[in-house]
Structures are given as C-alpha cells and as structure tokens.
Design a binder for this molecule. Structure first.
Ligand SMILES: Nc1ncnc2c1ncn2[C@@H]1O[C@H](COP(=O)(O)OP(=O)(O)OP(=O)(O)O)[C@@H](O)[C@H]1O
Length: 272
C-alpha cells in the first residue's frame, strides 16, 4: 500500500530524514515510533506531499505520484484518510459538516446523501447520533478524535494515516480507540499507518512496527523483532519499565527477567 525508498527531507542545512526506506502492507496496522523530534510527522507530511522531499521514491497504492497526472493524483488522494494530531477539525463547522468536507472536495453528491453518509460514519466511530450537530468546542477530547476519524473515513479510504491518535486520551479512552481502529481494519479492510508514542497501542493493535532513529528506519517488524533488536534506544523503549507493565507480551517476558537470575535462552543470545 505504501513503499518509501531512499527518501531525504531537509530544511535548509538541517537534514531530518535520509536513506529512509519503509513498507506498509495491505490490511495491516503499522505503528511508527521514534524519539521526540526524530521526524515522524515530517515523514508523514512528506508522504502526503504537504512538504517537499529532496530525494527518493514514494509509491502509494502502487503508484508513484511523481509519474501520474493531476487527475490520477486527485483520485489517489481520495483513497487516503488522514487524522492529524489534535484532530484538526474546523471549529466553525459541526461534526456533520466536518465529515462532509472531503465529500464536498472530491465528490458531487446531493445533500441528503451526504447527510446519510455522515450519519453512517458517526455511527461507525461509536459517536452518538446527536454529535452530528455539535461543534468541536462542545466535544470531549475522545469525541474529537472519533469525529476526526469519521472525517478521515469519509470517502471510504484504503489507507489511513493517524498521527498520535491516542495522545491526550485517558487509558480507557485510548484502549477503546485502539479497539475501534482494529475493528475498522477488520470490517473495512483498512490499512493503517499510525504514528504513536503509546506502548499499549503498539503491543495491543499493531501488526508491525517501524522505528525511526538516526534519520532513517532502524528496524521494521513485529514486537518480537523489536524485542530482539540490538539498539540502545529500541531496547530501552520496548524493554524499559513502562513496557514491562504491559501484560501478555514483552511485559510478562520482562517481569520474568526481574524474578529470574538465569537469563532465558533468547536473552542469552541477545547478550552475545
Ligand atoms: N516546517 C519545518 N521547517 C523546519 N524544520 C522543521 C519543520 N517541520 C519539522 N521540522 C524539524 O524537523 C524535526 C522533526 O520534527 P517532527 O515534528 O517530524 O518530529 P516528531 O518525530 O514528529 O516529534 P514528536 O514525537 O515530538 O511529535 C525537528 O527538528 C523539527 O524542528
């Protein structure tokens, strides 16, 4: 669904990304992580052509944007959904009108149909029907995220980009949002590219993870690949104290670590 090859993005003398490769496969939820300021948002914006890149090839849905005509670009754009950090809803529009923004931009539909579609999306993301006529200022943080997700899903995209979708949510709200993403992936066949700092999301819903560091993707793979990867940042992120509290994946494994004096076989090979 997405292939990034040898990408470089720089702002003047400040090179943020270089020699960066990344793949996202159909139907997966890819979690994209990295330290603060490493360039996660920059990459997402470069993929979406909101900022220019100096080098590299980006293929979305199998096509190289640099080689397709304007009409095809618009068509491809309409198959992408984006949820920016903080939701980025238009404050002067109701939830219904916000969801209809992409419909107005890309489709030419009668108002009644757009209303029905907006209502469907509102239901799909688990908002009450009366949220349709509310303004963003009348919504809680969790409701804003759901409304923004409904807008990202407005055109039934194949690939959705989520920039820190659970930031600012309490743990219960974040877990519910994760479940919703997984449910939508299963029912709609969505492919999800999710920038996140949320270890719970990474352990619970992401099929694969990519780690950004030193200007490129350091490692791409499953949680087990992350736990086995020999890099100080990756180790402290996935095996640190916070990761250990997460049950049933790295958590239990590492809880074992602390109790046992003899390392397990996998740990021995890591130490070697
Ligand atoms: N428009 C811009 N002009 C100049 N520099 C920029 C611009 N956008 C981002 N940067 C720089 O690129 C670097 C990466 O920023 P980015 O926002 O992608 O980090 P991030 O990994 O998303 O961080 P966080 O996890 O804290 O959100 C930073 O040094 C930032 O100052």
């Amino acid at each position: 669904m997405l292939s990034v090859r040898d990408v470089k993005v720089a702002f003047g003398a400040n090179t943020v990304l270089e020699n960066l490769d990344l793949d996202v496969y159909r139907g997966e939820i890819l979690g994209f992580v990295g330290g603060s300021g490493t360039g996660k948002s920059v990459l997402m914006r470069a993929i979406l052509r909101l900022i220019p890149r100096q080098k590299g090839i980006i293929r979305i849905l199998g096509e190289d944007y640099d080689k397709v005509g304007e009409a095809r670009k618009v068509e491809l754009d309409s198959r992408l959904g984006v949820l920016f950090q903080q939701g980025a809803l238009f404050s002067s529009l109701t939830v219904r009108e916000n969801i209809q923004v992409p419909m107005r931009e890309y489709l030419d539909l009668p108002k009644k149909l757009m209303d029905e579609l907006a209502e469907l999306k509102i239901e799909m993301v688990g908002l009450a029907a009366d949220a349709a006529d509310k303004y963003p200022s009348e919504l809680s943080g969790g409701m804003i995220k759901r409304a923004a997700l409904a807008r990202a899903l407005a055109l039934d995209p194949d690939l959705v980009f989520l920039d820190e979708p659970t930031s600012g949510l309490d743990p219960i709200g974040a877990a519910e949002f994760d479940e919703l993403i997984a449910q939508l992936r299963d029912t709609l066949g969505l492919t999800v590219y999710m920038v996140t700092h949320d270890l719970d999301s990474l352990f619970s819903v992401c099929d694969r993870i990519a780690v950004l560091g030193q200007k490129h993707v350091l490692v791409e793979g499953t949680i087990d690949d992350m736990l086995a990867f020999d890099d100080p940042w990756v180790k402290s992120y996935f095996k640190g104290k916070r990761a250990r509290r997460i049950p049933d994946r790295g958590g239990e494994r590492d809880a074992g670590h602390e109790r046992d004096t003899a390392p397990a076989a996998s740990e021995k090979s890591e130490a070697n």
